[in-house]
Design a protein around this ligand. Structure first.
Ligand code: HEC
Length: 130
């Protein structure tokens, strides 16, 4: 009985941790995105760059298909490949945006920003039935 209880509470603790960590990383994704957008709106390059860094860090929890799967609800895990691809695209657009900002090519950077938002949307479409 004791074993079962320990097993159950461990399961609960792990479950809680998984849902906590996705909230934290998605909040960072959102905060980073807001910083990037404000950077474009208020003509502030360092805000764009710091937002890029924040999103990149949050996105680093997705390092393979398996880690992407662990963030998806049970019935959506079969889409983990698409989810992982959206995290890779996200990284590519973030890198492209950073390079353009470093070059002072802000219009191109803002085109890459659209790709960033699209990558977020692709993954959310999986869980939200969009
Ligand atoms: C690999 C998939 C994936 C990617 C990529 C992704 N997200 Fe999410 N996001 C999720 C999941 C799963 C949830 C939780 C379920 C839901 O809300 O659809 C979520 C939820 C959220 C939420 C709501 C959190 C809450 O507390 O309700 C925000 C905000 C968010 N994501 C922001 C972003 C932003 C900004 C990006 C891109 C920079 C992004 N996400 C990219 C998977 C992803």
């Amino acid at each position: 009985m004791k074993k079962v209880l320990i097993g159950l509470s461990l399961f609960a603790a792990l479950g809680l941790q998984a849902s906590d960590s996705i909230q934290v990383s998605m909040k960072d994704m959102r905060d980073g995105l807001v910083e990037v957008q404000d950077g474009f709106l208020y003509n502030n390059k360092s805000s764009i760059l710091s937002g890029i860094e924040k999103i990149t860090k949050a996105n680093s929890v997705f390092h393979d298909e398996k880690s992407a799967a662990s963030f998806l609800p049970q019935d959506k895990k079969k889409f983990s490949k698409i989810a992982y691809i959206s995290t890779k695209n996200l990284n590519l657009y973030l890198e492209t945006m950073k390079n353009y900002v470093d070059d002072g090519s802000i219009v191109n950077a803002s085109d890459a920003y659209s790709g960033v938002v699209r990558s977020c949307t692709h993954c959310h479409a999986i869980t939200r039935g969009w």
